[in-house]
Design a protein around this ligand. Sequence first.
Ligand SMILES: NC(=O)c1ccc[n+]([C@@H]2O[C@H](COP(=O)([O-])OP(=O)(O)OC[C@H]3O[C@@H](n4cnc5c(N)ncnc54)[C@H](OP(=O)(O)O)[C@@H]3O)[C@@H](O)[C@H]2O)c1
Length: 477
Amino acid sequence: MLSNMRLYSGISSKVRAQKYVLTKYFVGEPKKNDFQIVEENLPDLKDGDILTKAEFLSVDPYMRAYMAAYKLPTDMIGGQVAKIIDSRNEKYPVGKYVVASFGWRTHTVCNPDKSSSSLELSLLPELGTYPISLALGVLGMPGNTAYFGLKELCQPKPGETLVVTGAAGAVGSHVGQIGKILGCNVIGFAGSDEKCQYLENELGFDRAFNYKTVDIKKALKEGAPKRVDCYFDNVGGEISSTIINSMNKYGRVAICGAVSSYNDAALPKATILQPAIVQKELKVEGFKVTRWNNRWEEGVQANLQWLKEGKLKYREKTYYGFENMVDALVGMLRAFEDSKNLVKNIQAIHNEVSCSFEENSDIKVFQKLKEELALYFNGSLKKFTVPCKTLGSEFQKEVWKNLQELPYSTTMSYGDFAKTMGRPASHARAVGSACGANAHLLVIPCHRLVASGSKGGFNSGKDRKEWLIDHEKKFSI
Ligand SMILES: NC(=O)c1ccc[n+]([C@@H]2O[C@H](COP(=O)([O-])OP(=O)(O)OC[C@H]3O[C@@H](n4cnc5c(N)ncnc54)[C@H](OP(=O)(O)O)[C@@H]3O)[C@@H](O)[C@H]2O)c1
């Protein structure tokens, strides 16, 4: 058996941990300046503690809805898949992953044996060859919301008609697919024609309607001629009242969320439901997925099995960089994607120069650089050393020296950069090639410099930002 001492390397106090603190209540859409990104020192690990580094962070509608209930300032809530990078707990060794409600933070110290329900934590389930990010989507909270909410509350039977709103989202798209697996006639409502095509053509929904352009009553008559037996409600509001008024006797409604109202300051009004509920003797039940915490694994395994059988499809949209959490949240709420939105935590924000340069042409130093970069990206090293004499013309050295002078997060064109060197903007090409010639070394330290969005530059004509993201992914551990 491993001893605690052998597991523990004592790096927590050296980690540069960051977290989002909400300092202003959301008004309308969440905004970057509603938050402060705060750096904090983490405590040394006590017996039973683990130190984790976020790998993927989830953004979900409840984040928009729930924060109004917190006293400010408060740490931002949310789920993440995190890697254990230090441990004094034999059940949670270094290298394993956990799924936990740590919030929007890069690193966390906690004792999993003492974690409260507000800090739900479990070891990542065995996902085979599937990506670990699925533990935040189809094989995690949204997947289980769909699985338990539909099966337990709607109890759909073969041949029945199931209607889903928010149908192209993480939960809704999953609900509709389970409905098909269970033999239902599935009708979805989503917010664009593209999303509806995706639901019908790729996910097998019987009909999908763009709720922004159709008459809901007419759509229901067309898609659900035998009226509605089960309604999985993700959005609330008037569309839900219309659907509930189109239900059959003993119909079942699972109230999952009310995303249509989350950005509104006051709750909108909708047509009264009681007459339909009484006349049709409907069963209407709200739920939180946490109700089935003690059956969590059952949901994950059922969804995993359907995934393996090709009966369940999913889409993910990944944003890169902890600094892009708000963009990911807003993107999800604005409904840009018919997918589950995630953020991959690649370390990118450094308000100081993150590397120093060392004259060294020995090829072996690249190995050292790689090792240092790995530590840098897991947060345990603040600066790394770039060997830079490989192609070292005087001009290149001048470029490198000036890069060191710039804050890491600087965004600048090559022309403007040339000016920082006291050269005319027309030297931009030369600067570009000085960087480009040794791109794999220079990109990371100066990546904000080159993330100007223009084409060309470093590699194969790819958009530079994309190229850099690929590069960081490669080095990120
Ligand atoms: N009860 C629980 O335990 C639980 C757990 C997880 C999620 N939920 C709830 O389930 C729902 C779906 O969550 P999700 O994670 O799958 O999010 P999602 O559906 O992936 O993303 C949100 C979607 O909501 C739709 N939307 C935004 N504004 C809307 C509006 N004004 N009217 C109608 N639809 C609007 C958008 O799609 P369109 O383009 O189609 O408008 C958007 O893509 C949410 O209400 C969430 O709070 C509940």
